[in-house]
Design a binder for this molecule. Structure first.
Ligand code: ZN
Length: 329
């Protein structure tokens, strides 16, 4: 990977950490220890980095995430709903969706439940079988460049936590944009590196973004500006940044070669008023209530903290007064 230049073609870099350098031109962080193109292929599901063990052991043992069995259940109730709610604003069903790097397939399953014609692509044949049998969904063995999709086009292509793993983001994103039907959009979640972040400050403050420095997997960590530049270079200069579910370290956006239109919550809701969609709508409504409660708890916690702080200040004042007050004779 050390001989790899930035996706933008620039060769001049600035130092950042032991594992990453920063592109002097576009500001993207570039891994200098990432895997080679051959190591990224999954020819052998038992031995390849992104093979079976990536999902069964690496995710839980090395990275501390729940394994794929738990994720297949849990993701449905948080991130998948956040993504669906955002997608509904831009493209309501019926629409064709392709998810690159669909993992266990729960988002594809939720999309299908909501009335989209959704299909996934994943690198490991083992995971593809897992997704197919777990959720009864169509999934291709990828990468997308190797899949024969005939003349199929998609209204939406989703890449959730995938862009940062791509060895050739320009080539893969060009392929994705070419697969879009007229007015089609990409829906993307990826870590957001910020210009002002220095490695020393991140370490000193134990910043959540430190978790994104998985240099063998996260080959490029983009800023909002550099990701905008990447897509502009590919003729996709319409981009809308949305609120990411993991706001401490991610960005979440919609990008297209054509102007992006939105629809009201009410209009999107109507699209789910059918026998299958009602289940998705019920989950969305409950998830909104949970988010509201969670926001409310944050306000209550902050208020409690502020009151405790006042009590501490007042207690200290009383102590100070008591120790300096002269005794009345
Ligand atoms: Zn660059």
């Amino acid at each position: 990977m050390s001989d790899r230049f930035c996706w933008c073609g620039n060769k001049e870099t600035r130092s950042f950490s032991d594992e990453y350098v920063r592109c002097a031109e576009c500001g993207t962080l570039i891994s200098i220890v990432g895997l080679s193109d051959d190591e990224l292929k999954v020819d052998d599901d038992d031995g390849a980095f992104y093979g079976k063990q990536y999902w069964l052991e690496h995710q839980s043992k090395d990275l501390g995430f729940p394994n794929i069995f738990e994720r297949a259940r849990n993701d449905l109730l948080d991130r998948n709903l956040h993504w669906l709610r955002t997608l509904l604003k831009y493209k309501a069903p019926p629409a064709n969706v392709l998810e690159l790097g669909c993992s266990h397939g729960s988002f594809v399953a939720l999309l299908r439940q909501s009335g989209y014609d959704a299909t996934g692509i994943e690198m490991s044949p083992w995971v593809v079988e897992f997704a197919k049998t777990t959720f009864d969904i169509p999934v291709f063995v990828g990468p997308v460049e190797a899949v024969d999709l005939g003349d199929r086009k998609f209204d939406v292509i989703a890449l959730m936590d995938v862009l940062e793993h791509l060895p050739d983001p320009v080539g893969t994103m060009r392929r994705a944009l070419d697969l879009l039907s007229p007015g089609g959009i990409l829906l993307i979640q990826t870590p957001q590196f910020k210009d002002e972040m220095s490695y020393a400050t991140l370490v000193d403050t134990s910043a959540p973004f430190l978790d994104q420095f998985k240099s063998d997997e996260h080959l490029y960590l983009f800023t909002k500006e550099s990701v905008t530049k990447l897509f502009k270079q590919l003729g996709a200069d319409h981009i809308r940044f949305e609120s990411p579910i993991f706001h401490q370290y991610d960005m979440f956006f919609i990008v297209s070669r054509e102007p992006i239109s939105t629809m009201s919550d009410e209009a999107a809701k109507e699209k789910l008023e059918n026998p299958r969609g009602r289940f998705a709508q019920a989950l969305l409504t409950q998830n909104s209530e949970i988010e509201k409660l969670s926001d409310h708890i944050k306000v209550i916690d902050a208020d409690r903290e502020a009151r405790l702080e006042q009590i501490h200040i007042l207690t200290k004042m009383i102590h100070d007064l008591q120790s300096t007050a002269k005794p009345l004779v």
